[in-house]
Design a protein around this ligand. Sequence first.
Ligand SMILES: C[S@@+](CC[C@H](N)C(=O)[O-])C[C@H]1O[C@@H](n2cnc3c(N)ncnc32)[C@H](O)[C@@H]1O
Length: 292
Amino acid sequence: MSTTVGGFLTALTARFSQAGIDTPRLDARVLVGHVLGIDPSLLFARTDMAIDDAQYVAIEKFAKRRLAHEPVTRIIGQREFWSMNFDVTPDVLDPRADTETLVSAILEQKQLFTGPVRVLDLGTGTGCILLAILSAWPEATGVGIDLSAKAVEVATKNAERLGFAHRAAFHVGNWCEGITDTFDIVVSNPPYISVSELAELQPEVKNFDPRMALEGGADGLDAYRSILANAGRVLKAGGKLGLEFGFGQEKAVTRLAQENGFEIAAEYRDLARIVRCVVVGIGSEIPAKTVK
Ligand SMILES: C[S@@+](CC[C@H](N)C(=O)[O-])C[C@H]1O[C@@H](n2cnc3c(N)ncnc32)[C@H](O)[C@@H]1O
């Protein structure tokens, strides 16, 4: 089969569009670029380049997976988060851009600390939150915990490949259970989808993200109950806890935090202006609540 990059991109975009894929042109560019080893943003300058048979077969294989609603990130096995590339496998949540809001929120707390700080990331997945924090906070070291042993393997490999192995350790665990150390920062983006909402998720999410990374029990709040009941024990005096949550969950999560003795320092909105995370602490140094 003889075709050019330009011809292939046009045909693939049309097929993705017909299949109801949200970003057909971008997805076509990323998949074609990945197979050809060309940065997708530079493909526009290579539209006359011929695609050989082996490349055609490889792109076609990827295209079929995308048409079955597998996310591009999972097909190429990598996701950019906080300007770093994370390996993504079927065992971990595909990191979301919204989660960068939690990273920014935690980095705003830097001014409250001097010297070395210890960070605990509960439900670490790819390790993206912990490693993003470490990348911007040279004095920080940390631990990532996940109930999934396979996720712990992925996070450990990401830390090694990105050069953080000497500052980050990853362990299998059930939220705060068995943790005897104390930390300056505790952070978590736990599963927060209620059982009844799971079936309504896009196929890209419900068929490809691990259920353990999504499901938060009958009301979506199980993980917050466990984390908030125990975080006071693993947080140092003056420490801060940052929690991400889903659309409309801020009131329930802040109420649970207050019931467990935490004071709300600030709530943060994501790029869509949705309140996406909260930073809480215990003690008199907590400023009056703000919404950013
Ligand atoms: C929403 S994902 C977040 C992953 C990653 N932190 C991110 O933001 O991309 C939630 C993570 O919590 C983990 N998890 C679920 N139940 C857990 C538990 N009881 N203890 C520890 N981790 C758990 C899942 O395996 C998953 O990796």
